[in-house]
Ligand binder design. Structure first.
Ligand SMILES: Cc1cc2nc3c(=O)[nH]c(=O)nc-3n(C[C@H](O)[C@H](O)[C@H](O)COP(=O)(O)OP(=O)(O)OC[C@H]3O[C@@H](n4cnc5c(N)ncnc54)[C@H](O)[C@@H]3O)c2cc1C
Length: 424
């Protein structure tokens, strides 16, 4: 299927039979009794999908993105419709990006034009939209052409006025270009308008970009198994490949990075799950997972590539797909640099103005993560405070931590010498 670029219909059928998306992506109260939005549980599912193939992970990822503006919205009718569609096995899509505008969402050209009786006609093009070939609902972002206000509304990919033009990528995933040509929209299809629409776009990305790190962890885990399995069974010059000192070093390095990726991401999940209006620390840890964990994933695959060597190019390996697919993860949901720009906004408070917060333990229970759909306004990032990171580093006495602490101090010195601290 990977080589033939066949979309994962069999996977979607399995998801329906087992009610997986319905269970994992319906917040409590809208679906079956065991349905809830549980970031910890979703982390594990992300890993699992990344392990078996990024195309499966991508179908899940863009479904979650499509569901974000719906679950955030106040439109109860669409929410009930969505819960039913999830049970029927539908996938979803997030129609945010446009060909010419990339990260510049302010310039979105998709338009909703008011016509008689409070109805609208939607017109415009979207580009790079995953699942738009089959999505039950596509959360579509645009502007009201008469007020110039942002608006999020739902469309159906099988509607006659929804024109799915092409898959723009050479891959098993379907990343669509589509146009809406006088697509009729009623008030019942509108999810949010104005600032709420804008905030729900960013808040959805806040929830979902986290998945990229976990997808990378799953991918790297599989690549690691394949590399060590190959090297551990291969004898050269009367040695197992795993006996060569540099191979030991490479595998240790890859393993340490992969472990750090997991530790950081699962700890960030605790903060996602404990977030509230008064504790928005997740807004820093989340882009770190997206940006740093995925780029470390690239590094892990790079390192392992020197271990598995020629075998990793063979057509029947997972590794062949991993080397190609890992590169996509840092690019989705805001590029590395867009996330760095976001992280910079938190640095002054993080390093210089710590605040007191209650200790947050491991959050791996069955709670429904309600706050994620009530994140509210997206502004005020530079006012977010953090606990003192020294609490963690001072709690252990290890040589590497001591080196790290001295590096932090040098970094802080450098930072203090900058004329103006970055502000949000
Ligand atoms: C495989 C794939 C699947 C996708 N799926 C979806 C989807 O389902 N739905 C959807 O809506 N979108 C989707 N996208 C689009 C994705 O979110 C965009 O790639 C992303 O928004 C960035 O746009 P761009 O890649 O065109 O880069 P551009 O925005 O054109 O950026 C170009 C360069 O400029 C830099 N840059 C841009 N703005 C800034 C800034 N403010 N500060 C610093 N640097 C900046 C970037 O870091 C980058 O290096 C997908 C993309 C891909 C590749």
């Amino acid at each position: 299927d990977d080589r033939n670029r066949t979309w994962n219909y069999d996977f979607v059928e399995f998801i329906k039979e087992e009610q997986i998306f319905a269970t994992l992506m319906t917040p409590a109260g809208y679906g079956a009794d065991d349905s809830s939005w549980n970031t910890f549980r979703n982390c594990e599912f992300n890993e699992l999908l990344g392990f078996y193939g990024v195309c499966y992970w991508y179908t899940w990822q863009v479904s979650m993105l499509g569901l974000g503006p719906i679950w955030i919205s106040k439109n109860e009718e669409v929410k009930q419709r969505t819960a039913k569609l999830l049970q029927d096995g539908a996938v979803f899509a997030f129609g945010l990006s446009e060909k010419e505008h990339g990260a510049d969402l302010y310039s979105s050209d998709m338009s909703l034009t008011p016509v008689a009786d409070g109805n609208y006609l939607a017109n415009g093009q979207k580009y790079y939209i995953g699942n738009a070939n089959e999505a039950g609902l596509v959360s579509t972002f645009g502007k009201n052409s008469s007020t110039n206000e942002f608006v999020f509304f739902v469309t159906e990919s099988k509607h006659e006025k929804f024109n799915c033009i092409q898959n723009v990528v050479n891959s098993q995933s379907y990343v669509a270009e589509f146009t809406l040509n006088d697509y009729p929209i009623t008030e019942a299809d509108i999810l949010s308008t104005g600032t709420e629409a804008w905030d729900s776009a960013l808040n959805t990305v806040n929830i979902c970009k986290f998945n990229l790190g976990l997808g990378a962890i799953g991918l790297c885990t599989h690549a690691f198994y394949e590399a060590i399995n190959h090297a551990g069974n291969r004898r050269l010059f009367n040695h197992y490949v795993t006996d060569f000192p540099h191979i030991k070093q490479l595998l240790t390095d890859a393993y340490a990075r992969l472990t750090a990726m997991k530790l950081f991401s699962y700890r960030a999940s605790d903060y996602m799950r404990s977030a509230s209006e008064n504790d928005r620390r997740y807004l820093l840890y989340n882009p770190m997972v997206k940006m740093k964990v995925t780029t470390q994933g690239e590094e892990v695959v790079n390192i392992l590539s020197d271990v598995i060597a020629a075998k990793g190019f063979e057509k029947n390996t997972y590794f062949d797909m991993a080397t190609r697919d890992i590169r996509g993860l840092p690019k989705l949901e805001g590029t590395v640099h867009v996330n760095m720009a976001l992280i910079v906004k938190f640095m002054a408070n993080y390093f210089f103005f710590p605040d007191k917060f209650p200790e947050i333990g491991k959050v791996d229970g069955i709670e429904n993560d309600e706050f994620l759909f009530k994140q509210g306004q997206t502004k005020g990032l530079s006012k977010i405070r953090f606990h003192d990171f020294n609490i963690a580093y001072n709690s252990v006495n290890l040589p590497n931590i001591e080196i790290f602490k001295s590096q932090i101090n040098i970094f802080k010195e450098f930072f203090s010498s900058v004329d103006k601290l970055p502000a949000g």
